[in-house]
Design a protein around this ligand. Structure first.
Ligand code: GLC
Length: 658
């Protein structure tokens, strides 16, 4: 690799009824869509002005933002509007019907009936057609929101897991074709499943046509990236811009000896940053995005969005221009494909994340990752201390209910320790030794640790590092399986279930990481692959173990216990309105720092949820009035006072009516 330039559940029955209800809802949506689509020509509902009406609604604000970003941008703006009409015209009638349906039900993604799963197509089923064949399994997992990891053309060995796109309109050959993707999306819609795809807009692969032409010396294409003849300006950037991959790809620029120029590469050297101060770049990338939504993609995950605008003298993150672009993307989707949702990938501290929702009047992203809660969860696992988690959940729960978060335990990326250190400071916790403790504990180096993970991008200068590993391995399953310790396996599975229960209790959309539903362990094979061995994120990007998935119905296996346990919880969640995103949520004191207590209330329903993050028997010293509660998970009836908790146990206490 070329070097960078820089040196530097009530009862089971009820639960089942719940799923049916949920699936019917999901199917209802698509069924309606089909019915309506069939009605269109006969009933003659006139939608001919639809595009113009939507455009008119947003035209002034869009033009204003566009021309503020691009002086003399009027011509480019008119080009954009003309092409939006073309892309609207090219959109299939069935998708337009879905758009209209969702436009009339703008809260369609804010209930308790969505459950996500993210997966690599090749790791899960080899190809897009393979995924299609496995849709029954996906439905069995109660999943109706499928995030397919990057699947567009990318050079082998220089792909960053597909995040270096060489052609935004071509599927990787090994995975299939664009029409396979379209067919998969269509079948998913028929089953009430929405599809999410990454839109990697910060950069292209160095093999993308634009980059190839830029490398050939075509000025027009060099202007779509950041090219410099000398290191003067790159050196100035390096003074203020942090590094994303300090070990695997240090620095933010790459030297191109064949043309004696530097190119900006914030991520890997083969990922060239696009220059959005050039309006052609924005327009062309918008057309690429709409090309994908026209294939039937429902959710666009805007990859690495905080990075898309660069300005000398800044850290090139979260600049105001980024928000103008995201706001324009939102309006553009509302004009061309209003059924499509924008999911922002903003892996930043909370104060930088929330602004990506925009305002209630001028929204930007529909959904954002609840990244801080995710990282804090693993801090709580390692410390058995939930105080920071509690503090953060109170902040998240005080945000407007319009804001929808994606909740997750693990994803394809590492866990970065973006914790609220100033807050932790009050207990004497200091950042450097604390991160070291977390990393030591979660990699299993700390004496007595049950976790098995690996470090990621250990920075030799700062001693900083992030962390990789699957949920099951981090919860102790890997160690227990290795030691053939039945009791420890059982405890690890309970822990895994507790963490998922806690994720399912949060407001928003829970997203499972494919393989977690059967407790898949770390995959060390990447150590032997020269294209991957530098990047420990591959530790948790292993092949889906279909042989182990076969055990999912057998509750005497760890896979079965986990799969069935999860299924039950998902069904309970979908059948109680108290889990809807707009429920009132607050934390409750349990008088034990290792037990998290959450209360959700909606209408008549009140739920007291308790999670024991320690390996000890404990008592949650809550004192809720209102009589008898039913633990939806165990079925036992108790008062919500002084609740006994098993090691790593949890309960969902629902107040009994009457
Ligand atoms: C996002 C992706 C990550 C990738 C990066 C660069 O953060 O989640 O996997 O490395 O963008 O595209």
């Amino acid at each position: 690799m070329r070097k960078k330039a820089d040196t530097s559940a009530k009862t089971e029955e009820k639960a089942k009824a719940g799923t049916k209800g949920r699936k019917t809802t999901a199917k209802r949506e698509s069924k309606k869509t089909v019915e309506r689509a069939e009605n269109v020509p006969a009933a003659g509902t006139d939608h001919s002005d639809e595009f113009q009406e939507r455009l008119a609604r947003h035209y002034d604000e869009m033009k204003w933002l566009y021309c503020e970003l691009y002086r003399d941008g009027e011509k480019a703006f008119e080009d954009l509007c003309k092409n939006l009409k073309g892309l609207y015209d090219a959109r299939k009638e069935s998708l337009k019907e879905l758009d209209r349906h969702r436009e009339q039900n703008p809260s369609w993604y804010k209930k308790n009936d969505l459950l996500g799963m993210m997966m690599y197509v090749d790791m899960f089923a080899g190809s897009l057609n393979g995924v299609r064949e496995k849709l029954d399994y996906i439905e069995e997992c109660n999943v109706n929101y499928l995030h397919l990891m990057p699947l567009l053309e990318t050079p082998e060995g220089r792909s960053d897991g597909g995040y270096a796109v060489a052609d935004f309109r071509k599927v990787q050959e090994k995975l299939g074709t664009m029409s396979d993707l379209e067919n998969l999306a269509q079948e998913c819609h028929e089953r009430g499943i929405s599809i999410c795809l990454d839109f990697v807009m910060n950069h292209t692969s160095e093999d993308h046509e634009w980059a190839v032409r830029a490398r050939r010396g075509e000025k027009e294409y060099q202007d779509r990236y950041f090219f410099y003849d000398s290191y003067d300006i790159p050196a100035q950037y390096e003074r203020t811009v942090p590094q994303v991959f300090p070990t695997t790809a240090p620095g933010n620029f790459t030297w191109l000896p064949e043309i004696s120029k530097f190119v900006m590469t914030t991520f890997y050297p083969y990922q060239w940053d696009l220059n959005y101060s050039n309006p052609i770049v924005l327009n062309e990338m918008i057309y690429n995005m709409l090309y994908l939504t026209n294939q039937g993609i429902d959710i666009i995950r805007i990859d690495a969005v905080p990075y898309i605008w660069k300005q000398l003298g800044t850290n090139c993150r979260n600049l105001p221009q980024v928000h103008s672009i995201v706001r324009m993307m939102r309006m553009i989707c509302e004009i061309v494909c209003p059924g499509v949702l924008l999911l922002g990938e903003v892996v930043m501290e909370p104060k930088e994340v929330v602004p990506y929702f925009g305002t209630v009047e001028k929204p930007e992203c529909h959904m954002l990752y609840n990244v801080t809660t995710m990282a804090t969860t693993w801090h709580s696992v390692a410390t058995r201390d939930v105080r920071l988690l509690k503090y953060q959940m109170d902040i998240i729960d005080s945000l407007p209910k319009e804001y929808v978060f994606l909740n997750y335990l693990r994803c394809h990326d590492d866990i970065g320790w973006g914790l609220d250190y100033p807050w932790l400071g009050q207990f004497g916790t200091r950042e450097v030794p604390h991160k070291k403790y977390l990393n030591d504990f979660l990699t299993g180096r700390y004496p007595g640790s049950f976790a098995r993970g690996e470090l990621y991008n250990e920075d030799p200068v700062t001693g900083d590092a992030r962390l990789c590993g699957t949920t099951a391995s981090l919860c102790g399953t890997e160690k227990a399986v290795f030691e053939r310790n039945k009791e420890a396996i059982e405890e690890a599975v309970n822990f895994d279930l507790m963490l998922h229960a806690y994720m399912l209790t949060q407001s928003g959309i829970p997203v499972l990481y494919s393989g977690d539903e059967i407790g898949q362990l770390n995959d060390y094979d990447y150590h032997n692959d020269p294209n991957k061995w530098e990047d420990s994120r591959y530790l948790h990007r292993g092949k889906f173990q279909w042989a182990l998935a076969q055990m999912r119905d057998r509750e005497d296996t760890r896979q079965g216990k986990l799969f069935q346990g999860l299924k039950k919880m998902e069904q309970i969640r979908a059948s109680h309105s108290v889990f809807e995103s707009d429920a009132q949520v607050r934390t409750v004191d349990t008088w034990d720092d290792s037990i998290l207590g959450l209360i959700r209330e909606k209408g008549e329903e009140k739920l007291v949820a308790l999670f024991n993050f320690s390996e000890y028997h404990k008592m949650a010293w809550i004192d809720e009035e209102d009589g008898i509660y039913v633990d939806l998970l165990s079925g036992r009836e108790i008062e919500a006072k002084g609740v006994r908790m098993a090691p790593h146990g949890c309960c969902w206490l629902l107040r009994k009516r009457g």
